[in-house]
Ligand binder design. Structure first.
Ligand code: 4NP
Length: 153
């Protein structure tokens, strides 16, 4: 499972942290490799944005060890599922998609049909509400994703 956004400092590390917490709480026996990456290289090596870290910590999720990296071609062989936060990220991933890809590429919020939206808005230039939304949408989609995994596991 690879979560992907633009910078890998706001949305995708948050989604990764939320999904890890859910796995620990609800399915500790399930063996799933979880990581995140960005389509851009602006923030490679940086920890998550402090606003993301603080918002996540209020929900018991520590993102401080994460370091941004860019998506690589190897990710398409390493992961079964690559989950994009928005359509721009999805387009970038589809442009990289090798002919033989193990990974399927889709929008993360397809796992939360009740939200009535398919994109996690970029919170970088928004206020605190934007960061709370990233957490809320990630929580909803993580539940749907775990349910889907449990069906095939
Ligand atoms: P992310 O947010 O894609 O959720 O990590 C962003 C982080 C940085 C920038 C844009 C989006 N930036 O332009 O530097």
């Amino acid at each position: 499972m690879l979560f992907v956004c633009l910078g890998n400092i706001c949305r995708s590390p948050t989604a990764e942290g939320v999904f890890r917490q859910l796995l620990e709480q609800e399915a500790p026996g399930l063996q799933v490799e979880v990581d995140s990456a960005g389509t851009a290289d602006y923030h490679v090596g940086d920890p998550p944005d402090l606003r993301s870290q603080r918002a996540a910590l209020r929900r018991g999720i520590d993102l401080s060890d994460a370091r941004a990296r860019q998506v690589t071609i190897d990710d398409f062989a390493r992961f079964d599922l690559i989950l994009a936060m928005d359509r721009d990220n999805l387009r970038e991933l589809e442009a990289m998609l090798p002919e033989r890809s193990r990974a399927r590429v889709q929008l993360f919020l397809e796992y939360a049909p009740d939200l009535g939206r398919l994109e996690v808005p970029d919170p970088y230039y928004r206020d605190a509400r934007g960061f709370e939304e990233v957490l809320d949408f990630s929580a909803a989609a993580s539940r749907g994703l775990l349910a889907a995994l449990q069906k095939v596991a």
